[in-house]
Each structure stands twice: as structure tokens, then as C-alpha cells.
Ligand binder design. Sequence first.
Ligand SMILES: Cc1ncc(COP(=O)(O)O)c(C=O)c1O
Length: 410
Amino acid sequence: MTASQHAAAMGAPTDMVRCPIMPTYGPPSVQFLRGEGSWLWDRDDNRYLDLLSGLAVTSLGHTHPAVATALAEQSQRLLHVSNLFGTEHNGPVALTLDRLLGGGGQVFFSNSGAEANEAALKLARKFGGRGRHVVISAYGSFHGRTLATLHATGQPAKHEAFQPLPEGFRHVTWSDLDELEAAIDDTVAAVLLEPVQGEGGVNPATAEYFQGVRRLCDERGLLFMVDEVQTGLGRCGRWFAHQHFDVVPDVVTMAKALGNGVPIGACWARAQVAAVFEPGDHATTYGGQPLATAAARAVLQVMEDQDVPARATRAGALLSERLGALDHVRTVRGLGLLLAVELDVDGLGATAGQVAALLLSRGVVVNAVTPTALRLAPSLLISDEEIDLAVDAIGAALADLRAVPREPLP
Ligand SMILES: Cc1ncc(COP(=O)(O)O)c(C=O)c1O
């Protein structure tokens, strides 16, 4: 069955089925036209509670008025000039990011998370020098889909169709310091890790692991690079999730929440590391352009005004406590408002994907981050009433699934 036939079978509107879009994603079953706060509306005006935020992007909810106003005003003033010239917002945004990261660094703006990581990888290679270019990352990680970030991504199954991938990547078991130490030789320039493996199943690192990595990097003269594309900017209850672990990385990448839906990413590095880049070493036409940085500036202002890390801590604790008390929920893991709900799929007779599909049909957006776990990454401004609605809807879906006798899972 082709992707469009599958989409038609799923009941997707015919004009969506006919679109000449490459089948890199499964067929969509819903088309969203409008959003506000934690809510989305589809083309038939059905309302959905969004507990996924476009995969941890719309951290301030949909169409936040401060972001919308900043975009509208900027679109009428100046949309774009080259990075050959100065613009209004990239300096203030870089200053704020540097302050939130503890200061003493510099920022390169990109358009996405993968591009922020590409900048980090190029920094590592130039910092290491010829012959010292290998980057070690962890199995289960996710760092992007460009050829280099795909190889950094520790998921060999995703590599196979695209071999040969750029040379210079090595993978080690997540959270195993001895294995990391054994993998370091004279060719290694950097270690790249997520503080919480997001796509890999929402697996938080421990302070012991991150502190151990920092110590090893110091001893062996390596860069410790932290990928905060999914975890950064308040999502995990600190401005950056690694701040839970009391370590200071050499490089931090981020994207998703920075534009609240407007594509922008950033790679921050300690000034001594950033200094290895010279004019001409790295560039991107759109990176740090006026529209994207106007959005980021408004986002950061609202995030600071609302103290989103504190909100994520409080709302995350409430949500995980209430979800953890539901029947057929085994555990809830994560940090702040990046959570995985591990389900008793055998008892339910349904996979996490089937639970997510049922929830979507009932107007609740989540995703299945593994076959047994749902991922929740709601707006950091989610209200207590919305948390109640979310928990009630998930509890009802699990109870209804349990009530229907079905064959055991294969
Ligand atoms: C930790 C992490 N790094 C990098 C990326 C890639 O970001 P993008 O899809 O914006 O290229 C993602 C995307 O999910 C991510 O979660």
C-alpha cells in the first residue's frame, strides 16, 4: 500500500492525500488549522488538548500573544538581510542565552537542532585539530538527521540505508563511564550527550554520570558538548537540564523552544572554544535573521517573566504524581515537563502507539516515544485545570481499553 493509499484508508481528507509530499512521515490522520495556548483545532473545528507541543517546541503554548505581536511587527519592519550586516535582535538574544548558561560564552545561530549540532561538531573538529576529530556519543541518543548528526545519533538502525556516513563518530553505552573512558584515545575531540535522552525514550542522565563525563573530559582535554535541543529553555525545570547535574559544559546546543514554533537554533560555546572559529569557517543564510530572532527575543522575555523553569518543576511534579496513580501506568519518568508514561501494555492489550491513536481520536495529543511509553511535553504554561483534563482523559482511555477484551499482544 502506498503512503497516500494508507492515508486515504486512515480517513485523511482527500486534498491531504493528493499532496506531492515525500513519504518521510507516516500519513497524517489530522490536519490542524489553529491553536491557542494548550489547545489545537482541526479543519472540522474539533478541539484537542495538546500535550506534545509539536515535540517540545511550543513551550509557551500556541500563538502566544507576545510572540505573535513580535512577529507581526518585525514582518512589517524588516524580514531579512544577510549576516554580512548587523541586525537588531541577535545580540540581545545571544546575551540572554549566555546569561542563562552562566556567562563567558558566544553563540552561533542556526535554523534547527541538527544545524546547531553541526556547528558543535565543526567546532569540535577545529578545536581538536587534524587527526583529533572523533566525537563520542551514546547509544539511544538522537542528534538530528543531517549525515553527520545522523552518525552522531546512536541508533544504528537509522544509519543503515545511508552508509557510508561521515567518518569520526563512536558510540558507547548510555550512562556507562567505564565504557566511555575505554573509548577515549588520541583521536577523540569531544563527547556529545543529551541530559535527558528524548527521542530515545525520555531517559534522564544522573548527576554522577554527567559529573564523571566532565571529569574525564577535563583529564583528557576533550570538549563536553551537551545537546539541549529538546531539553533546553525551562522544559526540564532548569533553564538547561544539565544545570540539574552541577556541571558546566564547553558547548551547549538548543533549538525547539527558542522560537516557540519559528525555526531557530543556537550553538553556545565557552569563549575559548568559540574563538577557534574564524570568519568563513561556518555560516548559514538564515541563522539569526531578524524574524526568527524577534520571535526568540519575545520568547525569552516571556519565559523569564513567567519563570518557566519553576512552572515546569511544579506542573511536572503534579502531572507525574497524578499520572503515576492511574491504573495500567507502571512508572512515570523524566524531568520537569518532559515525561514518559510507561504503560502496562500487556495488561492493556494495546501498544503505546494504539493508546496515542485512541487519545487523538478523543481530542488529546501525545506521542508514543517507545512501543510501551507515551511522551508528554505540554506547554510550560499549562494550567492546573488542563492537567486535570489531561489526566482524566488518559485515565479514561486506559480504563476503556482494559474494558474491551482483546487478544494478547504478539
Ligand atoms: C536532542 C535532539 N537533538 C537534535 C534534534 C534535531 O533537531 P531538528 O529536528 O530541529 O533538526 C532533536 C529533534 O528532535 C533532538 O531531540
